[in-house]
Design a protein around this ligand. Structure first.
Ligand code: C6P
Length: 415
């Protein structure tokens, strides 16, 4: 029985994504790797092209017309992003290279200034390396301690001992959605518990922000990190949202142009937010492209994006189970309401790289590997999975193509 109606016609939306009309190995591509990076609609490609063709110049420097136009376009993109995630002010939107840089910025800037030996940072077993390694670096540098929220049998966070884990902690840093299990975590419960314990909360929104409506006030997060390239925007651009009071109090991350108000022989003073954290010439075309991606997603409607993914998740899980029964094991929660459209699976005991390679021969693109979540792989007792992931431009025909190609994969290896 359907859990939701699908408001989006993925087949029709595909037309706006030039790459999705190309062939690979003589067949039309079936792109099922949007958790790694999404495809880009024409409006995003055009916005970036238009910047280079008509207003290419540096921002916040020149006082001539095209430089002012470029600066305006960049700052309009920041306002679009502010509204997209419900931030109070554009000062709270820091453009970074990606989510990884955003998370490192918090660990390095806030962490170094506020943490000392023995201080506790709470993470979970389902974190991406981008939300683990920066903290390991502070373990080595400062001597902080890490505590880990465990998972239950279906790959949800087990919050039974959350208050004990947070007791005395300074930081809670967790993902809103697992890039392996698809699990969507109860962010508000987590941020409330962190605040009660006197800890700041950092949310890795890399997989959640592109796929569902986000409001940082509702999430109650102190920081939120995500990447532009997974939400129809270009690579090379990400966002760190931070509460203004915290950003104001933090020392800068990188030093150089743009982030200063004054530089003397004996020191410097920092620029206002958000530029204090944007040293050097920013990725201008990428920021403008990200702004266009936000406008495109707003046009579709984030509630529609989520509803489409719930419908497609339900279709994917039921199709794969009906077609393959015990031959397939899909990791993570079974309810489409508790998860996003990321399906890591084991199939027929085959190596994920073998699966991915044969699927590629059928023009089906999925990712294989540890998905930069090695501690989670260890917990699951596996080295890698194959992973299919969907987005707004996917449709049930893509899932049927995946199932047909999996059938062929099974047959190929039993020859
Ligand atoms: N996950 C995936 O295929 P960057 O690389 O900085 O844009 O994003 C890092 C990152 C952080 N957190 C989560 C939950 C993520 O999923 C990712 C990126 C990709 O799953 C590439 S490893």
């Amino acid at each position: 029985m359907a859990v939701s109606t699908d408001p989006i016609d993925g087949t029709r939306l595909k037309e706006q994504f030039p790459l999705l009309s190309r062939d690979v190995h003589g067949k039309q591509i079936v792109y099922l790797d949007s958790a790694a990076t999404s495809q880009k609609p024409l409006s995003v490609l055009n916005a970036m092209d238009d910047y280079y063709r008509t207003i290419n110049s540096n921002v916040h420097r020149g006082v001539y017309m095209i430089a002012e136009e470029a600066t305006n376009r960049m700052e309009i993109a920041r306002s679009l992003m502010r509204d997209f995630i419900g931030a109070r002010s554009s000062s709270e939107i820091i453009f970074t290279k990606n989510a990884t840089e955003a998370l490192n910025m918090v660990a390095q800037s806030w962490g170094r200034a506020n943490l000392s030996a023995g201080d506790v940072v709470v993470l979970s077993h389902m974190e991406h390396h981008a939300n683990i390694v920066p903290w390991h670096m502070l373990v080595a540098e400062i001597g902080i301690q890490l505590r880990w929220i465990p998972l239950d049998a279906e790959g949800r966070l087990d919050l039974t001992d959350l208050d004990t884990l947070l007791d005395g902690a300074k930081v809670l840093s967790v993902t809103a959605m697992s890039n392996v299990l698809g699990t969507m975590n109860p962010v508000r419960t987590l941020t409330d518990a962190a605040r009660k314990a006197g800890a700041i909360s950092i949310i890795d929104g890399c997989q959640s922000v592109p796929h569902s409506a986000t409001n940082v006030q509702d999430l109650g997060a102190d920081f939120l990190a995500f990447s532009g390239h997974k939400m129809c925007g270009p690579t090379g651009i990400g966002v760190l949202y931070g509460r203004e009071e915290l950003l104001e109090a933090m020392p800068p991350f990188l030093g150089g142009g743009e982030m200063i108000r004054d530089v003397r022989l004996d020191g410097f003073t920092t620029n206002d937010l958000p530029w204090k954290f944007e040293a050097g010439t920013p990725p201008i075309a990428e920021v403008i492209g990200l702004g266009a991606a936000v406008e495109w997603l707003n046009g579709v409607g984030m509630d529609n994006v989520r509803a489409h993914e719930i419908a497609l998740t339900e279709y994917t899980i039921s199709t794969l189970h009906e077609r393959f029964g015990d031959r397939i094991n899909i990791h993570g929660p079974t309810s489409p309401l508790e998860r996003g459209g990321v399906f890591s699976f084991d199939f027929d005991g085959l190596h994920p790289h073998d699966i991915s390679q044969v699927l590629d021969q059928h023009a089906v693109c999925v990712r294989a590997g540890h998905h930069c979540a090695k501690p989670l792989m260890k917990l699951l007792g596996i080295g890698a999975t194959a992973r299919a992931s969907v987005y707004v431009y996917n449709d049930t025909a893509d899932i049927d193509a995946l199932a047909d190609a999996l059938d062929a994969t099974g047959a190929f290896f039993t020859l």
